[in-house]
Write a protein that binds this ligand. Structure first.
Ligand SMILES: [Zn+2]
Length: 320
């Protein structure tokens, strides 16, 4: 891969990733997610107009139809299991309790917890988006109490939920909180790619040096060999887009990273964000600006915008 590649991935987690948020602003954002369907639908329309594909890593529990008692029972069991493996006061318990205390009426379609219509809109969009997986209940795989068996069950639930909702089997995975664990299990279940943390070289840079060095936002694509010899591509997330950080700083980093790609020599810039960052106006505006800049770079044919699946499939084919 000699040319520059841009990847956009969105963790489509709705309320699942915010349940433990102690931050008042996060809680306010969570309360707005029930009405996020419209904002996200509008955003999908923009992606169609720009013709840019995005990897949407979905918390598979959101695929549950609230009117389907069988699937609701499966979800309840998974929440109990999540709470059990995390222990009291930990994420699993917080998520279970927050789900059970969800606002009256929020178990309707379009809620911040269960929203199977959203994934269908993504699959049916004119631009070929990828529906990837962000776990079943937003379980933190890196916890020592999350055994191989618990991680395996969580992954099986994801695959089953995708299949029951009529979606293509996912091949890309994003770990909740980007905390990577049980990688070889991922490969065993047929995944081809995951979003890897940024390289240490990138993390080691702070302050102005980090901001001004475009190279710190560009990564090489690299396969992480796993036990058992299954190929699994680690696609590092390089530029986060978040409502909680300075938008000026993010825009500047994005501009420098894209410029660096256009100078040639290949490499990959991976912008990653969350559904709540799209609902939040300030980060959505930043994302839209970056998408338009990426579109222009594609027009000049120096770079390509690809999904995680496309990057993994192309890279693995080249290695054969
Ligand atoms: Zn998440």
């Amino acid at each position: 891969m000699g040319e520059g590649i841009i990847v956009f991935s969105v963790d489509l987690e709705l309320s699942w990733g915010l349940a433990r948020a102690e931050h008042a602003a996060s809680r306010r954002l969570m309360s707005r997610l029930g009405g996020s369907g419209e904002v996200l639908a509008e955003f999908l329309g923009l992606l169609d107009r720009l013709g840019l594909p995005v990897t949407w890593a979905i918390v598979a529990a959101t695929l549950t139809d609230p009117r389907d008692s069988v699937r609701l029972a499966i979800l309840e069991q998974a929440l109990e299991r999540g709470a059990e493996v995390c222990g009291s006061g930990e994420e699993g318990v917080c998520i279970r309790d927050a789900f059970h205390h969800r606002d009256a009426g929020s178990d309707q379609m379009g809620s911040g917890w269960l929203n199977p219509a959203l994934a269908s809109q993504i699959s049916e969009a004119a631009t070929g988006h990828e529906l990837a997986c962000h776990s079943f209940c937003h379980l933190d795989f890196s916890r020592p109490t999350v055994t191989r068996q618990a991680a395996s069950t969580e992954l099986d639930l994801c695959l089953e939920a995708f299949s029951a909702a009529g979606h293509r089997r996912p091949v890309s995975f994003v770990f909740p909180w980007n905390r990577v664990a049980h990688l070889d299990l991922l490969a065993e279940k047929g995944f081809l790619a995951y979003r890897a943390p940024a390289a240490r070289r990138n993390l080691a840079r702070f302050g102005l040096g980090y901001l001004l060095d475009p190279e710190s936002n560009v990564s090489r694509v690299g396969a992480q060999p796993t036990q058992g010899g299954h190929p699994l591509m680690g696609i590092p997330g390089t530029v986060p887009i978040s409502w909680a950080v300075s938008q000026t700083r993010t825009r500047m980093k994005a501009k420098l990273a894209l410029k660096s790609l256009e100078r040639g020599g290949g490499g990959l810039v991976h912008f990653y964000t969350h559904s709540h960052d799209i609902v939040h106006e300030s980060s959505r505006k930043t994302l839209e600006t970056i998408l338009r800049t990426a579109r222009e770079a594609c027009r000049r044919e120096q770079v390509r915008v690809m999904t995680m699946r496309q990057v993994a499939e192309e890279e693995l084919a080249e290695r054969k």
